[in-house]
Design a protein around this ligand. Structure first.
Ligand code: MSP
Length: 645
């Protein structure tokens, strides 16, 4: 069975914000997940370009409407391309084929007797492109949805017999309890329909920026109501009204919408489809709204977050991960910098990134990077069973669009991996000459990472490919079959050394105003000037500086020193063939496992010293202030032994 997944088409009156990005990420993730499972998918997104609102925005910007629409539509398309969104089609309602499809649908509905001509007098909200009965207005004037002022419009209009479909809609909701997800949202819709449906005005004569009436109607002064035009995009994209080329994808499997436009998708849209004798979508997934630090985002408050600005600073895939992990689908979510950074640091950097670093480090040390799953089942049956049961549970979460639960559960496999390392301590097994046991633990973790990468790939497609590449396999339907469904283990391979993939975010970088996001925070300048002055009194010749040999080192192993609260014993690769032992006073600031496979700057020509009876053959560069100590590291990964100077 094929899967057709859609996002709403976005209005072109302003550029994308994180609310739009969220819907698109959800749709992209679900599409990738279905593809992984081997489904034939079609993913549609695009822009909604007609209506009075767009016409007015173009005027405000002093541009012809089409030119304005072209420009904004391109910003959406470019953004999705930059984010690697795997859409199959980007539809624009100003596309000729779309317009023809809408006209065709109008003719079919008219021929069926579902459209008739009358007069309409009502309160119209331009911003929502909707009429509201007087009883719903706030203070008799303001729009109940957006609070803006409405205006009274009396015009000749064609009407769609929405009232005719009241019972059919109610039957559909009761027979298909998963038609609207989350189910909690269905009640709002059902109550609205039970309250009685009025026929819907589907044409306008008060403006011209819309799809024209079909010629067969001989009524040129009308243009289509923007919501009729817009909703039909989901089928015109498949060739409705032209050649039906892709209508085999209809009905859609999941249509994503925000809660504010659920009514249009769960009431009007199914009624239009019934009128066209087409099946209804299987599922309408309605998500909540994103707020910024608890407040509604709005241009006037200046707190609208542009997804690109966040992605430029923190990475597009980190943004995807955060949004999909943070909020239960259907509920409102808050975009706070603190929550974002915490998730990157603790979940991506610590739980996932460190696990990968650790097995790269250990396999390098114990088996020249060779990973063999041959003994995994013998020593780690408990862990394999636990991992498999987590992996088996994931499908239900994704099918119910609960990405936060999906990711939460998936993260349990990293905990299984980290615990196995602690419990089985491969470095101890190596000392006890139980190499097969040590290597089995390393291979267990490699398998955990491989399987988790497959399941994480719909959310983080690029970075999981890098992990898969390091683990010498490809993420696709066949690896999904083998490693996830058939529960096979990785074949013998050599792991590739990759630089740390999830660097920690060390300080909040995103100030309140997103525009300023890229500005670096000015540090206390006065202090720096003072320090500079002191150093002037203590100058050295350049030659003296070069007497110190500084090199990039890679920490291959790190362990605690018994009875010492301050020291860690490290084995550091300086590209010399053998490892150097460095005893460093950094125990209070670093966990040994967090250091493995990270890069450091080492003073390489110090005379060996003895610390607590252990030889130390180097010193790590570190910076310490009142906030604690941090190691000095190369900005980008460099080969072990690269000279610094
Ligand atoms: N053009 C219509 C949709 C027509 S679909 C046939 C439209 N466009 S929109 O650009 O205003 O909104 C597109 C989507 O973005 C909607 O699903 C809306 O819910 C969502 N969001 C707009 N602001 C949002 C947030 N602050 N948070 C989450 N989603 C939000 O409506």
């Amino acid at each position: 069975m094929s899967k057709y997944i859609t996002t709403p088409i976005y209005y072109v009156n302003g550029e994308a914000h994180i609310g739009h990005a969220y819907t698109t990420f959800m749709a992209d993730t679900l599409t990738r997940y279905e593809k992984l499972k081997g489904e034939d998918t079609y993913f549609l997104t695009g822009t909604d370009e007609h209506g009075q609102k767009i016409e007015e925005s173009a005027q405000k910007n002093g541009k012809p409407t089409q030119e304005f629409a072209d420009e904004i539509s391109a910003t959406f398309k470019n953004l999705w391309d930059e984010f690697g969104i795997c859409y199959d089609q980007f539809i624009r309602t100003t596309d000729e084929d779309h317009k023809k499809g809408v006209q065709k649908a109008f003719e079919v509905m008219y021929a069926k007797g579902d459209i008739y001509k009358d007069f309409y007098e009502g309160h119209y909200c331009v911003s929502c492109e909707t009429f509201f009965p007087e009883t719903q207005l706030i203070d008799g004037e303001y729009c109940p949805d957006c609070g803006r002022s409405t205006s009274v419009i009396k015009e000749e209009s064609y009407f769609f017999r929405l009232s005719k479909y009241e019972n059919a809609l109610l039957d559909h909701y009761s027979q298909n309890p998963d038609f609207i997800l989350p189910r909690s949202r269905a009640n709002e819709v059902i109550n609205f329909v039970k309250g009685g449906l009025r026929d819907l005005s589907v044409t306008r004569t008060s403006f011209t920026w819309g799809v024209k009436m079909p010629e067969s109607m001989h009524d040129e002064k009308h243009v289509m109501y923007v919501w009729l035009d817009a909703l039909l995009n989901y089928i015109t994209a498949l060739g409705y009204g032209k050649d039906d080329a892709k209508m085999n994808y209809w009905p859609a499997s999941t249509q994503f919408v925000g809660k504010d436009i659920l009514r249009f998708h769960a009431i009007y849209w199914p009624a239009f489809l019934m009128s066209l004798d087409l099946p209804l979508p299987k599922q309408i997934g309605a998500h909540g709204w994103w707020t910024r630090d608890g407040e509604k985002m709005s241009k006037s408050k200046g707190n609208v977050i542009a997804p690109k600005e966040v992605a430029d600073v923190y990475g597009a895939e980190n943004l995807r991960y955060f949004m999909l992990r943070e909020v239960p689908f259907g509920q409102d979510g808050d975009f706070s910098q603190r929550a974002f950074i915490d998730r990157i640091n603790s979940e991506l950097s610590n739980d996932l990134g460190n696990l990968l670093n650790r097995i790269i480090g250990m396999s390098g040390k114990y088996s020249e990077y060779e990973i063999d799953s041959v003994d995994v089942a013998k020593f780690h049956k408990k862990e394999l069973d636990a991992m498999n049961s987590v992996l088996d549970s994931l499908d239900t979460y994704m099918e119910n669009l609960q990405t936060h639960r999906y990711l939460e559960e998936l993260w349990r496999v990293f905990a299984i991996g980290n615990k196995a390392i602690e419990e089985h301590a491969p470095w101890v097994k190596m000392k006890e000459e139980k190499k097969d046991e040590a290597l089995a633990t390393v291979a267990l973790v490699a398998n955990i990472l491989a399987k988790a990468s497959i399941m994480l790939s719909p959310v983080m497609p690029k970075i999981t490919n890098v992990i898969a590449d390091a683990l010498n396999f490809k993420i696709d339907n066949s690896s999904y079959q083998e490693l996830i469904l058939d529960k096979k283990l990785l074949k013998l391979f050599n792991i590739k050394v990759v630089p740390p993939l999830f660097p920690r975010v060390e300080e909040p970088l995103m100030p309140e105003a997103p525009k300023a996001m890229l500005e670096t925070k000015p540090k206390e300048e006065k202090k720096e000037v003072k320090a500079e002055k002191q150093e002037m009194d203590n100058l050295i010749e350049i030659g003296q500086f070069f007497e110190t040999s500084l090199k990039v080192g890679v920490i291959v192993e790190a362990e605690e020193v018994p009875k010492s609260k301050k020291l860690l014993k490290l084995q550091v690769d300086l590209g010399e063939g053998t490892l150097r032992q460095v005893v460093a006073g950094i125990r209070e600031y670093y966990e040994p496992q967090d250091l493995v496979n990270t890069q450091v700057c080492v003073v390489a020509n110090l005379k060996p010293a003895k610390l607590m009876g252990m030889t130390s053959e180097g010193m790590l560069l570190a910076a310490k202030d009142e906030d604690g100590l941090c190691l000095v590291r190369p900005e980008k990964p460099k080969k072990a032994g690269t000279p610094i100077g």
